[in-house]
Design a protein around this ligand. Structure first.
Ligand code: TXA
Ligand code: MG
Length: 357
């Protein structure tokens, strides 16, 4: 299969490209498109065969449910069997935006979308290209992130093509995505709403609108523990190179370099006097550092969580492309503003052999 690529302006996508992509979807095809979080791989959510092709293209376990993207609150209400007050308030506050609400499904949604379960996840994406595609097709779009299963989510069209070129019908290239991290997933079918996946909308922001919610553990540390939600595999969002989270005072960089690794190091800007900052400056400037330097790719990350999230996957993709053999990431603060980022990094850091899928 040849994947057709349409380049579109992210702010004002050209009608003709959107129309062609919409027709592909109406015919049961697969179209990747940008959202404000990451690129999604869309299919008509009401067409079980089309949705089956998503699982096939991604190599994804079919018990892992998909988020259904819609253009507005009315369209979301058409898919769910109940629309509680909490849903209305959250949708008014955060849609279009990176919040997915899990609600009881209506029976016309195919089982393959919901993993056979009684609920469906819905969201209205805040991206002009995604909204134009939803409106032009007139369809609800089931869309997981547009990557092969268990790999890093794509924040650029090139990342989508790396995993899915030749496996999908079309790609709308609307440039890099702004948010960089997947949506927050909130289950509204439990007595107290439950955070299933932290994301760009924080628990505190949600609680300001609907009161207390339950937070599930940021990541399942024990690979043998039962999955807290369908499809919440502990290993996920991973670059090719093994990734380790590193205490700031550790000498892991030097150790791995001495072992002959090519190391990518994601570090926040550290002031002089910080032991790790100093070790790194030694490496970068010292004689010993000269030999090691070619094998060390230092990526300075922002100290603001939103800015960090926006570029994280992009930098991990870059390090993979450079051929690093190990990625080290400085441990992040324990505060809740870093929750979603810590969650993704701890999932990326689980080694492949820890998880059978
Ligand atoms: O930002 C995003 O959410 C991106 C863009 C494309 O919208 N999509 C995305 O989809 O990240 P995906 O399939 O990679 O992740 C969806 C997550 C999975 O962890 C899945 O288990 C959970 O949402 N999910 C979806 N429907 C659910 C449901 N009915 N019940 C529980 N969890 C659900
Ligand atoms: Mg994904």
């Amino acid at each position: 299969m040849q994947t057709r690529v349409f380049e579109v302006s992210p702010d004002a996508p050209d009608n003709d490209s959107i129309q062609q992509a919409a027709e592909i979807l109406q015919d049961g095809g697969l179209v990747a498109f940008p959202t404000e979080t990451v690129y999604g791989l869309g299919a008509n959510a009401l067409d079980a065969q089309a949705v089956a092709r998503i699982y096939e293209a991604k190599g994804r376990a079919s018990n892992n449910p998909l988020i259904v993207h819609v253009s507005d609150i009315d369209a979301a209400q058409g898919l769910v069997a109940a629309w509680p007050d909490t849903a209305q308030k959250l949708a008014e506050r955060f849609w279009p935006g990176p919040l997915t609400l899990v609600l009881p499904r209506k029976s016309h949604i195919p089982d393959i979308v919901t993993g056979g379960g009684p609920t469906v996840g819905v969201r209205v994406p805040a991206h002009p290209v995604a909204l134009a595609l939803l409106r032009a097709s007139g369809l609800p779009l089931a869309a997981p992130s547009a990557n092969r299963s268990l790999q890093l989510s794509p924040t650029r069209a090139a990342h989508v093509l790396m995993g899915l070129d030749g496996r999908i019908d079309a790609l709308l290239d609307g440039g890099p995505t702004r948010g960089g991290l997947e949506s927050t997933v909130l289950d509204l079918t439990t007595k107290r709403p439950t955070l299933l996946r932290p994301g760009l909308v924080s628990p505190v922001e949600i609680e300001a609108i609907i009161g207390p919610i339950s937070r599930r553990p940021a990541a399942a540390k024990d690979a043998d523990a039962p999955l807290p939600a369908p499809g919440m595999l502990s290993r996920h969002y991973a670059p090719r190179a093994p990734l380790e989270i590193m205490a700031r005072s550790s000498s892991r960089v030097e150790t791995l370099l001495a072992e002959g690794h090519v190391v990518g190091h994601l570090t926040a800007d550290l002031p002089p006097g910080d032991p790790l900052g100093d070790a790194q400056r030694r490496l970068e400037t010292g004689l010993a550092g000269l030999a090691a330097f070619q094998h060390l790719h230092v990526v300075r990350m922002p100290t603001d969580p939103a800015a960090y999230a926006a570029i994280l996957y992009d930098r991990l993709h870059d390090l993979d492309a450079l051929g690093v053999t190990r990625i080290l990431v400085d441990a992040l603060p324990q505060s809740e503003v870093w929750l979603a980022i810590r969650d993704r990094l701890s999932r990326a850091a689980v080694h492949a052999e820890d998880n059978e899928q």
